[in-house]
Design a protein around this ligand. Sequence first.
Ligand SMILES: [Fe+2]
Length: 242
Amino acid sequence: MTDLGPLVPRNRAAHPPAYDPDYKTSVTRSPNLPLLSMESTPSEEHGPRFGHGLIGALDNNLILNWTKGAAPAVGERILVHGRVLDEFARPVPHTLVEIWQANAGGRYRHVKDSYFAPLDANFGGCGRTLTDEAGYYEFLTIRPGAYPWPNRANDWRPMHIHFSIFGHSFGQRLISQMYFEGDPLIARCPIAATIRDRSQLDRLVAPLDMAKSRPMDFLAYKFDIVLRGRRQTMFENKPEGM
Ligand SMILES: [Fe+2]
């Protein structure tokens, strides 16, 4: 495993602001006092650890995991895959990647989701996997539908998949969203618009990847994820690191 110097401080200027009036609920959720900087603790730097025993055989297959393989979910079948890397382009192996998403009609299996689109009896909407030695992960799922949300008069979320990536430690954890190449709703979404820099937003848009698609079965989308990195321990006789 690559490691294990201290975590590189997060560059907050590279993240969208917590307060954005066009994203209505951010107004009440964002801090209104200056942030305090605190030293990280050992558990933030080195925990948690997840073993392979945690992951079931269908956990990264959202088409089948809700029914334990009995019946497939409704929707357009897709493979979402990529690598988890740190900011020095080193793979992050054996790290937990979790996703959650709406079904093909744009409805979440959640008590507070009352959108008209029906639930799919064969779709739960959650999956998880561990990256391999090279930081690679993949999920088989269905393309989530766009859905409306109460913000301004007529706002719709583009098709998206929510991601949580733990990295090597709590302090490296990233929660983000993946969008789909070519979706016209991305440019109209107030949440996506909190990212001011178009090139940064583009990094959340997964391109269609025909090379990984399987004929007569599924399309593929490639989504690489970059976490903040660790500064390697420097040796006196090897200033470049280990
Ligand atoms: Fe969502």
